[in-house]
Write a new protein. Structure first.
Length: 118
């Protein structure tokens, strides 16, 4: 029996397993991505800060699963700050305000030219 097929599954693609009637995707997580948004940003810091000192299970900002939100979790966030999971769509390019202003000035110039000709 091939590894990974012990319960009747078939690996159809790395990270994906086909069960009868269902496909399971194993999505890699990024340490410090406490919102599972695909990137580590300031929002994760806010969550860490707001839950600092909490203990228990399933704490979103508990990166090392020791059931305690503490400085270790801050260090995990800090060391991955700005990192994006490839293919997640997080961190997509957003036009800068200067680009938008140039676009609007260009459009206004084009519209003014059309009025001058007509
Ligand atoms: Ca922790």
């Amino acid at each position: 029996m091939a590894p990974g097929n012990s319960i009747g599954t078939t690996s159809v693609h790395p990270g994906y397993f086909q069960f009868p009637g269902a496909t399971l995707a194993i999505v890699p997580t990024l340490t410090g991505d406490y919102h599972a948004s695909g990137g580590v940003d300031a929002a994760e810091y806010v969550l860490w800060r707001n839950t600092l000192g909490q203990t228990g299970i399933s704490l979103a900002a508990d990166s090392n699963f020791d059931r305690h939100v503490n400085d270790v979790d801050y260090t995990a966030w800090r060391s991955n700050f700005g990192t994006v999971t490839p293919g997640s769509g997080a961190g997509a390019a957003v036009p800068e305000p200067a680009t938008l202003i140039l676009f609007l000035v260009g459009m206004a110039a084009m519209l003014g030219r059309r009025h001058a000709v007509a």
